[in-house]
Design a protein. Structure first.
Lengths: 303, 617
């Protein structure tokens, strides 16, 4: 298919006659555009299967693990073909006296519990029944519940929380803090789906820091939004297509802070399976010094 | 300043050189700090002369990693620019890197830059001319500053970076690229001395800096005093009217506000400055001399033509092969010449026609309240065949895969063979089907008055169903993985198009029968509360709402950077779709309940005053 588009828009062939309105951007398309066209197309396949793996390490310099994760991949097919379902969550706690790990642990359990409860009758009831609320509202509500619980159970602490709910071909993401979700394409593109709520990112956006200054900024781990902190919580909730021929990746800053996009691609491309890919990434982060707890989740849609 | 002279050893391209086997260099049209700008011909269009501007950027960083970073930054910036669609920003067609140079291929602007215009003009430029440019520059700055996810700061507003094209409209050139290419050293001042505000010398570049530089540019244009030759920040000592007494006090005051030393004392946004310029122009009467699309007064739009039918026109027209086809409550389908509105023929049915015709190979397909789907010759209006449904038809036909799909008040969605006119199947829903089906992903999507929303495959088998709380008269539209439609239950829905899962719902003030339109990740829909809404497609968050004076039953249509939408208040509105700001409105003699169609810069719209209007978009 890529070849087809290359042929269609490439320099070698004559441009085809296509009626286009004035507002349409013309060829040649970038690889990225071609990829997104392909991603936008429907693939008619019989059964799709979602698979996932995780990796975690306390790192080389910390004594406690304040990262928490959930990875639930459900395949339920009965008399009708089931649709892929997955819930992946990463939380990176902060705050002294081990409250960080309390916060991240509480947040992921409340969030995942809340979401799974709403999907119970879809997965396990006869007849199967969709939740009443739209996916984005389910995500938003679960974040608010987790926020209130963390405020109650671990006052003064906070946690990042990045959750990806896969239903069918789409991912509904909820996000607060500086853990990240990525779409990784083995062909060589690593696309960050979430937007860090960190001081350094904010200063960069405001033009106070350039890329280089940002990389050496001393307070890189200061968050401007975290679950459990502040009276009201503003969550980023949005829906994107599951990366076709690629991976969904969630990780804490213990991974993305020390491992480059190239390391990520190499870890995935040289691994025989998802588990090994996750382990490779954890190893790469530890090799780079392992300054923080490391958590990674990889999910892939087969078929 | 940030710009260093180019090494002499880097030579300009010779005319006659062809880049990437495509761009044939004609001549140098400019020399900048980072390389030259060439006029070139795009050889992908061998039969016409398509001129482009090719901007060259020399990459002379000694370190290979640094060079790579420069290329990456350049490409990222080019990608951002490629998504900007605004009349005052040149289109970017292409970019590529070769050896030590990167190239950007842009729209070639026929015209002169403002600095040349100022220098070539003997006396002072007329105030209203400068005002027109000022208003247009405010608009493009507002567009950049409101860019999502991150605002874009132009940083180098000055006369030599503003082109005035052959229409007299401004286009910003030398865009953004300069920024990424000059961020190299710390403390490097970006911008041009004289035009840049004091805080930019401290390395801060905010939208307020652009507002200052725009003020400096207008000051220069009105006074002919080049600020680069004056002491820095000395505008307060050179009041405009002391140099050019033709300028009004109102306009002088606006420019003074934008040139305040303290950023907090300037206009907070480019829109505020634009409104102030317009208000000043209105006061002095300069406005009547300004012919800009942005502030067209309500009475200022004259139709290209109008045509009067014998009853209300509630349907949506179709433009096909130079003709406008529109149904009317006088039971006829009219064929009019699209260019001049001349009557060609009419085809009578036995009921009101609200259905929008569809065209396929010289045939027109449309429904009538006489319960029939009519198929006629598009040139002659002669009947080819009709297809009978059990109820009046208010839905419009959709043609796909050799079939016509159309809903009827007999509760069914009908699939009819395109050639034979025979029924292939019918899918019976719980109530009347007035929504127009949408075909995508090998599924047919439509709503029912029962509140059910269906996805049916090409065999007529239901794949999924979603239950809204009240009628779905709105016609769905698919974009990416999602399908969007409104309901009279006051909700705009976004569902996963493959499985019908609700992704989000957006609350409207009242119910809606309007059909959504989509552009740039934004969804637009009208509602009975009189608003037209702009909602972000990925999050279901409201970006803006636009108030009309009565219900919005028709549907918005996207054309270029605007949506066009009618209201029961009788107006057709043209609204900038990114900002939700009105560009113009046109008042018809009755309520508008149909949807406009736009073709070749002409908007066609029917009204309940029995008329069909053709307006310049």
């Amino acid at each position: 298919m890529v070849e087809f588009f290359r042929k269609l828009f490439g320099a070698a062939s004559k441009p085809p006659l296509i009626h286009q309105s004035d507002s349409v951007t013309t060829a040649p398309l970038s690889d990225q555009q071609i990829e997104s066209i392909i991603n936008g197309q429907t693939a008619q396949v019989a059964t799709q299967q979602l698979t996932s793996a995780v990796g975690q390490s306390v790192g080389k310099q910390r004594e406690h693990n304040e990262d928490s994760l959930v990875a639930i991949t459900a395949t339920v097919t009965g008399n009708t073909a089931g649709i892929p379902f997955g819930l992946y969550v990463v939380a990176d706690g902060m705050g002294g006296h081990q409250f960080g790990e309390v916060a991240s642990n509480a947040a992921i359990r409340v969030l995942a519990g809340e979401i799974m409860r709403k999907f119970h009758s879809f997965l396990f009831s006869v007849p199967t029944q969709q939740p009443d609320d739209p996916l984005q509202e389910i995500m938003e509500t679960a974040f608010q519940d987790a926020h209130r619980l963390v405020q109650r159970e671990a006052p003064g602490s906070g946690t990042t929380l990045t959750a990806a709910l896969v239903v069918g071909q789409q991912i509904t993401l909820g996000h607060v803090g500086d853990s990240r979700a990525y779409a990784v394409y083995p062909a060589g593109r690593v696309e960050q789906l979430t937007h860090d709520h960190s001081l350094v990112k904010r200063l960069e956006e405001l033009g106070h820091l350039n890329k280089e200054e940002a990389a050496n900024f001393p307070h890189r781990n200061v968050l401007i939004r975290a679950l459990g902190q502040g009276e009201t919580l503003e969550t980023d909730v949005f829906t994107v297509p599951f990366p076709r021929n690629g991976y969904l990746m969630l990780c804490s800053d213990g991974l993305w802070g020390v491992v480059t996009d190239q390391d990520i691609l190499r870890s995935i491309n040289t691994a025989p399976n998802l588990q090994r890919a996750c382990q490779n990434m954890v190893d790469a982060a530890n090799t780079a010094g392992g300054p923080d707890n490391i958590t990674v989740i990889l999910a892939q849609m087969n078929g | 300043m940030g710009e260093e002279p180019v090494h002499r050893s880097h030579r300009q391209l010779q005319s006659g050189t062809t880049l990437v086997n495509r761009y044939h260099i004609q001549e140098v049209i400019g020399v900048g700090g980072m390389g030259s700008v060439y006029r070139a011909r795009d050889m992908h269009f061998p039969n016409v002369t398509k001129l482009v501007a090719v901007k060259e950027m020399l990459n002379i960083a000694p370190d290979p990693n640094m060079r790579l970073t420069v290329i990456h930054n350049f490409e990222r910036e080019a990608n951002i620019l490629a998504t900007l669609n605004h009349p005052s920003i040149p289109r970017i067609y292409d970019y590529f890197s070769e050896e030590d140079r990167s190239y950007l291929v842009l729209e070639f602007i026929h015209g002169k830059d403002l600095e040349t215009i100022i220098n070539d003009t003997g006396g002072f430029l007329p105030e209203e001319r400068v005002l027109t440019w000022g208003i247009q520059l405010c608009e493009v700055l507002a567009f950049l500053h409101n860019h999502k996810p991150d605002p874009i700061v132009f940083r180098d507003m000055k006369p030599s970076n503003i082109m005035v094209n052959s229409n007299g409209d401004v286009v910003l050139v030398d865009f953004g690229i300069a920024r990424t290419f000059q961020t190299g050293q710390k403390g490097t001042m970006i911008g041009t001395e004289g035009y840049s505000p004091p805080e930019q010398y401290r390395g801060e570049a905010s939208p307020l800096a652009d507002i200052y530089a725009l003020g400096a540019t207008l000051h220069h244009a009105l006074t002919r005093r080049d600020p680069r030759l004056e002491p820095p920040f000395s505008y307060a000592e050179r009041p405009i009217r002391r140099i050019n007494s033709h300028v009004s006090t109102e306009v002088e005051a606006v420019i003074n506000t934008s040139l305040q030393y303290n950023p907090d004392e300037r206009f907070a946004t480019a829109i505020e400055m634009k409104d102030a310029l317009i208000a000043a122009a209105r006061k002095t009467g300069a406005l009547s001399k300004i012919a800009t699309t942005s502030i067209m007064p309500a009475s200022g739009i004259k139709p290209i033509w109008t045509f009067k039918c014998e009853d209300e026109v509630r349907g949506t027209p179709l433009v096909y092969q130079g003709a406008v086809y529109v149904g009317c409550y006088d039971n006829n389908l009219y064929a009019l010449n699209a260019a001049d509105g001349k009557f060609q023929w009419k085809y009578p049915t036995d009921g009101g026609v609200v259905s929008r015709p569809a065209a396929y190979e010289n045939s027109l397909f449309f429904g009538s309240e006489d319960k029939r789907l009519h198929v006629i010759n598009s040139r002659t209006g002669k009947l080819i065949w009709t297809y009978y449904t059990g109820g009046p038809i208010r839905s419009s036909p959709r043609i796909a895969e050799g079939h016509i799909f159309i809903g009827s008040d007999d509760h069914a969605l009908h699939a009819v063979n395109l050639n034979t006119g025979r029924s292939v199947w019918q899918f019976t829903s719980a109530d009347q089907v007035r929504s127009t089906p949408f075909v995508a992903n090998e599924l047919v999507y439509f709503g029912s008055e029962s509140g059910d929303f269906y996805a049916v495959d090409f065999h007529g088998t239901m794949k999924w169903r979603y239950q809204a709380k009240r009628a779905v008269t709105s016609s769905p539209v698919v974009a990416g993985h999602s399908i969007f439609f409104a309901s009279t239950d006051r909700t705009l829905y976004c569902l996963d198009a493959r499985n019908g899962w609700a992704v989000w719902r957006f609350r409207l003030g009242k119910g809606s029968v309007s059909s959504p339109a989509i552009a740039d990740e934004l969804v637009f829909v009208g509602a009975a509360d009189g608003f037209i809404y702009g909602v972000e497609a990925s999050t279901g968050k409201e970006m803006w709402r636009f108030r009309t004076e009565n219900q919005v039953s028709g549907s918005p249509v996207v054309y270029k950077d605007c949506i066009y939408c009618g209201s029961v208040d009788g107006n057709l509105y043209c609204v900038e779709y990114r900002s939700g700001r009105e560009r113009w409105r046109f008042k018809t003699g009755g309520a508008i309940t149909g949807t406009p169609v736009i073709f070749d810069d002409i908007v066609y719209i029917g009204s309940t005053d029995h008329q069909v209007y053709a307006l310049l978009a």
